[in-house]
Ligand binder design. Structure first.
Ligand code: CMC
Length: 470
């Protein structure tokens, strides 16, 4: 009996997954026949040979785009009633969950591109709204497309008055990220038409609504935390200019932000617009995969962003710099980090094993902002931390470099934002990325409801004991 298996490019007869290669026993093609040997050689360059030492069986698994399909391993069984092999990957450290055309990252080289355009060029030449169009639609807009896109987003900046009213119900010291997450979810109740996720026109409409309304909700959350009256959108202004107006306008009839600040907001928004399959994009896709409307999926993504290991890191950086308090305390703090007692917030990244390209751009932008706002005194502590860390073996060996959050908080603080607003400022531009990831997911025929497997390690067959006898 020949137990060798051969990959076949033919579609599987059960039609289960038309792109999943069929693994057939060599016996089916003639085990010792020259034709099978030839076939083995022909496919071997793009396959992985797996020998299951439990059974001695050997399998050819196709390799496509540098990946093997986890489902190809299910065929590796010890007996007919064995479930088959699964791959175990907690936190998805080496698992591609989708094919995507949106964002490219080369973590070793420190490269980030949206739809093939380098982040450095977009940060220098583009605006946030133009970049959002690029991320969502896949190409840079023509002048007419940009005009229409800008009109559509601007047209949807207002929120229903009831949204405003229920936001007033939050406690005076409510964290603005909690307010944002809740109010984005609540948009679902205002737009029942958004449930039609298979309708392309509806998807476009929800895209405009989300990109347009999240800054309004974010600004309301900020004004609420300050006890200030909410400021309605000013649709004569640019996207960034309007956001600045909703944040900072007081008694003036219109608010015009400094061009440096408006440009800095554009750059920060561009840099944060998407970052492929990060924790919040993964949440957007996972929640969206059960086909709810995109407002609740965006709320889930924003909730994922809230955590200190993701979008909450810039808040954590500022708290850390405040705690260090003085340049003279930096080396002592680094000792605690190296002892594993602390994390150097704003350092390290799951994907970047080089300087995060966004951190470099933000560092340059910070200097421009400080010319207008005055230098943030915490900058010296940050620079000293970076200097020591980049020379230290602990950080070099682990490839820990500053990430996007290391300097962004310093700019936000110089602009007068309290630290609680930092993740909110991240969520505004990331909405374009979440929406683009969601649109790609719902239209991808390979996607299904996201439902990982588990390795069950708990008890089995327990006998229920009545409460009084435990
Ligand atoms: N400070 C000190 N040590 C660190 C840090 C850090 N910031 N990050 C990683 N390490 C160490 C970690 O202790 C481990 O060491 P060892 O091998 O001796 O156990 C090693 O580096 C690998 O760390 P890891 O936790 O396995 O890496 P990860 O890929 O799971 O974590 C990370 C990535 C971003 C969660 C982590 O680097 C971290 O916690 N950084 C601080 C929080 C932060 O800045 N987050 C923002 C990320 S960028 C914005 C975004 O995408 O949201």
């Amino acid at each position: 009996m020949c137990n060798r298996y051969l990959w076949s490019p033919e579609p599987r007869p059960d039609g289960h997954d038309r792109r999943l290669a069929r693994v057939v026993p060599l016996a089916d093609v003639g085990c010792n026949a020259g034709i099978a040997q030839e076939e083995m050689l022909r496919v071997s360059a793009e396959t992985l040979t797996v020998v299951d030492n439990r059974t001695g069986e050997r399998y050819e698994v196709p390799i496509q785009d540098g990946t093997v399909k986890a489902m190809d391993f299910r065929r590796m069984r010890t007996s007919a009633d064995d479930f088959g092999l699964m791959v175990y990957d907690p936190a998805f450290t080496n698992t591609a969950s989708c094919r995507s055309e949106i964002t490219f990252i080369d973590g070793d080289a420190g490269v980030l591109e949206y739809r093939g355009y380098p982040i450095e060029e977009l940060a220098e030449k583009s605006t946030y709204l133009e970049t959002a169009f690029l991320i969502v639609h896949g190409h840079l807009p023509s002048a007419a497309e940009l005009k229409e896109w800008t009109h559509n987003i601007t047209f949807h900046t207002f929120v229903h008055e009831n949204v405003r009213r229920f936001m007033e119900g939050f406690r005076y010291d409510a964290h603005p990220m909690g307010v944002l997450v809740s109010s984005v979810a609540a948009l679902s109740t205002f737009y029942p038409d958004a449930k039609d996720v298979d309708d392309a026109a509806s998807r476009d409409l929800q895209t405009w609504r989300l990109i347009a309304k999240v800054p309004t909700l974010a600004a309301f959350a900020y004004r609420h935390s300050r006890g200030l009256p909410y400021v309605y959108p000013d649709n004569d202004l640019t996207f960034a200019g309007n956001f600045a107006s909703m944040l900072w306008r007081m008694s003036e009839s219109s608010y015009v932000a400094s061009s440096v600040i408006e440009r800095a907001l554009n750059v920060l928004f561009i840099l944060h617009a998407d970052h492929e399959q990060n924790c919040s994009a993964n949440a957007m896709r996972a929640v969206g995969s059960s086909r709810p409307d995109p407002f609740v999926a965006t709320a889930a993504a924003a909730a994922a962003l809230y955590g200190p290991l993701h979008g909450g890191a810039n808040e954590a950086v500022l708290l850390m710099l405040n705690e260090i308090g003085d340049v003279r305390n930096v080396s002592e703090f680094v000792k605690h980090v190296k002892a594993g007692e602390r994390r150097l917030m704003g350092f390290g990244h799951r994907v970047y094993k080089n300087y995060d390209p966004r951190a470099r751009i933000i560092k340059a932008t910070a200097d421009e902002v400080f010319d207008v706002t005055g230098r943030n005194p915490l900058l010296d502590i940050a620079l000293e931390l970076e200097r020591i860390a980049l020379e230290d073996d602990y950080f070099i060996e682990r490839k820990l470099y500053p990430n996007v959050d290391f300097y962004s908080g310093l700019i936000y603080q110089a602009l007068g934002f309290p630290v609680e607003m930092f993740p909110v400022l991240f969520a505004i531009p990331r909405t374009a990325g979440w929406v683009a990831q969601w649109r790609e997911m719902v239209t991808d025929p390979e996607q299904k409801i996201a439902r990982p497997r588990q390795v069950y390690t708990g008890a089995r067959g327990q006998k229920y004991v009545e409460l009084g006898r435990r």
